[in-house]
Design a binder for this molecule. Structure first.
Ligand code: F6P
Length: 323
C-alpha cells in the first residue's frame, strides 16, 4: 500500500472532518501518500483528486460538514461510471481507498472491489446510526444532542401554551435518533419504523394525559415511520381531537450540522486510524467500527444486508416513562 485515497459520500455527518484528519495523519505516520477525493464517487469519476498532507487537515477537527464535500452519484451506479472512476484512480496511482459514509457508500465500494480489485476499508459516517457492525456511527451522538436541545426548547413553549407538539426527527429507516430524543426529552410517544404505533394509540395516550391534567405533550416521529411523517400524523389526530391545540416541528437538516461532540471526534479519530491500519494489514471490503468499545472490522456484505436492531427495552422505556 503506497498511495491511498479518502472520500466522504452520502449524507454528511458531524465528525466526518475529524475522520478525514485521522486518515490523513495516520497515512503520514505510516509513510503512505494520501489523496483527497472530492464529492464522493462523483469526484472520483471526474478526477477531482488532490494530494493531501498533514497541514491539509489542520483546524478541521472541530468543524461540522466535510471539507471533501459529499454527493450521491447516479453515474457510479453504472458500470461505465465505475470504469471511469477506476481509470482516474489508475492515473493517480491510488491502490487503496478509505470510504467514509453509510450503506450506499459501502454498496458502491463493494461492487467496485469486485469489478476492479481496489481494496476499500470504510468508516461509518451517518447521523442515522443504522449500520450493522458498530454500536455507534460518526455523527450520531452530535445529531441526537442537537435534536434534544431543540426538543427541550419546544417543551418550554409547549408548556406555556398547553399544546401538543408533533416533532419529526431524521432517520430514514430507523428510530435510532427518535428513541433517545423521546427518552431524553421526556416525550409521550416515539413513532419509529421498527415498531407499529397506531394513530388510535396516540389519541388514547393524549386523552389519558388530559385525564391526568397533563396540559402539554410531545410526540416524537422518525421521518421513516410508516404512518407518513409528522404533518400527516398530526392531521389524522386532529380529525379526532379537533379541540387539541397542536403544532408540528420538523427538525430536518439542522440535525446534520454543527461541531461534533467529543464522543464523535474520538470515534472518528479512532476509526480513521483503523481504516488506514486495516488497508496496510491487507483488509478489504470491510467497515471499521466499535462494539462494546473494541475495534472490529465487519464485511461490507454484512453491514449492507444485516439490520441493527434497537433494544426492545428502550422502546418499552418510552411507554413506561410517560405514564
Ligand atoms: O442518512 C442520513 C439522512 O440524514 C437521513 O436521516 C435522511 O433521511 C437523509 O439523510 C436526507 O438526505 P438528503 O440530505 O439527501 O435530503
Amino acid at each position: 500500500m503506497k498511495r491511498i485515497g479518502v472520500y466522504t459520500s452520502g449524507g454528511d455527518a458531524p465528525g466526518m472532518n475529524a475522520c478525514v484528519r485521522a486518515v490523513v495523519r495516520a497515512a503520514v505516520y505510516y509513510g503512505i501518500e494520501v489523496y483527497g477525493i472530492k464529492r464522493g464517487y462523483s469526484g472520483m469519476i471526474n478526477g477531482e483528486i488532490f494530494k493531501m498532507d498533514s497541514s491539509s487537515v489542520s483546524n478541521i477537527i472541530q468543524k461540522g460538514g466535510t471539507i471533501l464535500k459529499s454527493a450521491r452519484s447516479k453515474e457510479f451506479a453504472t458500470k461505465e461510471g465505475r470504469q471511469k472512476a477506476y481509470d482516474q484512480l489508475q492515473k493517480f496511482g491510488i491502490d487503496g481507498l478509505v470510504a467514509i459514509g453509510g450503506n450506499g457508500t459501502f454498496t458502491g465500494a463493494k461492487l467496485f472491489y469486485e469489478e476492479f480489485g481496489i481494496p476499500t476499508v470504510g468508516a461509518p459516517g451517518t447521523i442515522d446510526n443504522d449500520l450493522y457492525g458498530t454500536d455507534y456511527t460518526i455523527g450520531y451522538d452530535t445529531a441526537v444532542n442537537t435534536a434534544l436541545e431543540a426538543i427541550d426548547k419546544i417543551r418550554d413553549t409547549a408548556d406555556s401554551h398547553e399544546r401538543v407538539f408533533f416533532v419529526e426527527v431524521m432517520g430514514r429507516d430507523s428510530g435510532y435518533i427518535a428513541i433517545p430524543c423521546a427518552i431524553g426529552g421526556g416525550a409521550e410517544i416515539a413513532m419509529i419504523p421498527e415498531a407499529v404505533t397506531t394513530v388510535e394509540s396516540i389519541i388514547e395516550t393524549i386523552r389519558v394525559g388530559w385525564g391526568r391534567s397533563k396540559t402539554s405533550s410531545i410526540i416524537i416521529i422518525a421521518e421513516g415511520e410508516i404512518e407518513g411523517g409528522a404533518i400527516s400524523i398530526a392531521a389524522k389526530v386532529m380529525e379526532v381531537l379537533p379541540d387539541m391545540d397542536a403544532r408540528v416541528t420538523i427538525l430536518g437538516h439542522v440535525q446534520r450540522g454543527g461541531p461534533p461532540t467529543v464522543f464523535d471526534r474520538m470515534l472518528a479519530s479512532r476509526l480513521g486510524i483503523a481504516c488506514v491500519k486495516g488497508l496496510i494489514d491487507g483488509r478489504k471490503n470491510v467497515m471499521a467500527g466499535t462494539i462494546h468499545n473494541s475495534l472490529v472490522y465487519t464485511p461490507f456484505e454484512e453491514t449492507i444486508t444485516k439490520k441493527k436492531e434497537i433494544s426492545p427495552d428502550l422502546i418499552k422505556a418510552v411507554e413506561m416513562l410517560s405514564v
